[in-house]
Design a protein. Structure first.
Length: 133
């Protein structure tokens, strides 16, 4: 909990610094700091030094559209699935490559782990010489 509180305090401090800096260069500016959160709700948006807008309120604030928070779900879900499928394919390929490399370097011909070789690789005082590919 302390980490979150210190992050919020740092953000509020940064907002104050930014306001001071911007006002120095142009004193006629009306600067409003906003902490936006894509989801959730906060029924007390005014935090004193900044506003916190969450969920529907945030999406309406940045777009002017009260329904945007619902409208973006389907395209975001589609993109997330697409990216997840790409990630799963890449992840599976990496697991296969690491498994093959581990097997080639630390398993015997039957597929059993050669523990002595593995421990020497991981813990010997002098690192083993790497094989050139």
């Amino acid at each position: 909990m302390y980490l979150i509180e210190s992050q919020i305090a740092k953000m509020a401090s940064d907002f104050k610094t930014a306001k001071r800096t911007l006002r120095t260069s142009n004193s006629g500016l009306n600067i409003v700091a906003v902490n936006g959160c894509c989801y959730g709700r906060d029924n007390n948006a005014d935090k004193g030094d900044y506003f916190k807008y969450c969920g529907q309120t945030f999406w309406e604030f940045i777009s002017g559209d009260t329904g945007l928070y619902i409208e973006i779900i389907e395209p975001l879900g589609y993109k997330a699935k697409q990216k997840n499928d790409e990630f799963q394919k890449s992840y599976s390929q990496m697991i296969n490559m690491f498994t093959r490399e581990f097997g080639n370097n630390f398993c015997d011909h039957s597929g059993a782990i050669d523990w002595e070789k593995l421990v020497k690789f991981n813990s010997s005082a002098t690192p083993p010489k790497s094989k050139k590919k």
